[in-house]
Design a protein around this ligand. Structure first.
Ligand code: URA
Length: 240
């Protein structure tokens, strides 16, 4: 834009000021809109990286990688253990029986799969017996090496989405995220905190895994009490 000269008229000066103001407003709007598009693009790039990852042995036996799904501006992120049989075939987390219960928990909270972000601490299916990939129930918890190899993906998802609350579903994700070996019974229902590398600290609520609740219904009230604490922390009412 031209510098105003001594001969600049009053109306030219007004045009100049107006132009500068419009430019400032436009760049404020872009600053506001850009991060969300950038986060969505970065999450998509991360999913592409996961799809070719051979950082551990699970890359050789997986059918589909399961990077995670949800909103790039989610206020809550749910983190499970790792994909199972159904997830390995669909490429989406929590789509089996445990996923059905997670959907019902989300609905009771007034949330949905598209309003939250759902991920796992490992992105590929850990098979108990890799020689029987088609067997159901052939799952195992990820090994420490698999957890370590995959950790950068979850950390990056947490840093990008920057949710206000992370809900750890079950022992494996809770212990991995909080770097502890304390039993889940001692950790659940108590606020903790996690800061991914390069990111701000985020409140963490550990709770029981939906699969554990399906096995033992007496865990239900504890999970609901934990989810009510999450809603209170977000200043959200649960639907009546
Ligand atoms: N259990 C998990 O921990 N994650 C899934 O995606 C499915 C079942």
């Amino acid at each position: 834009m031209a510098e105003p000269s001594r001969s600049t008229t009053r109306s030219e000066l007004l045009d100049l000021v107006l132009g500068l103001r419009l430019r400032a407003e436009r760049s404020r709007e872009e600053d506001w809109a850009r991060p969300l598009a950038d986060v969505a693009a970065a999450l998509a790039a991360l999913a592409t990286a996961v799809s070719s990852c051979q950082g551990c042995g699970l890359g050789r036996t997986r059918i589909k990688p399961v990077p995670g799904v949800g909103s790039p501006k989610a206020r809550v992120m749910f983190v499970g253990e790792g994909p199972g049989y159904e997830e390995d075939r669909k490429g989406e987390p929590f789509v089996g029986a445990a996923g059905g219960l997670l959907d019902r928990i989300l609905k009771a909270m007034g949330l949905s799969r598209s309003s939250v972000f759902i991920a796992n601490v490992v992105k590929c299916h850990p098979l108990d017996d890799p020689s029987r990939p088609d067997a159901r129930g052939n799952d195992r918890p990820p090994s420490p090496e698999e957890l370590a190899a995959c950790r950068r993906y979850l950390d990056e998802q947490i840093r990008l989405v920057a949710p206000e609350v992370i809900v750890c579903l079950g022992r494996v994700s809770t212990q991995a995220l909080l770097s502890t070996t304390a039993p889940l019974g001692r950790l659940r229902g108590r606020w903790a905190s996690y800061a991914p590398p390069g990111g701000a600290p985020i409140r963490v609520m550990p709770t029981y895994h939906p699969a554990a609740v399906l096995r033992d219904e007496t865990l239900k009230p504890a999970v609901w009490s934990d989810m009510k604490a999450v809603l209170a922390a977000l200043g959200m009412e649960r639907p009546s």
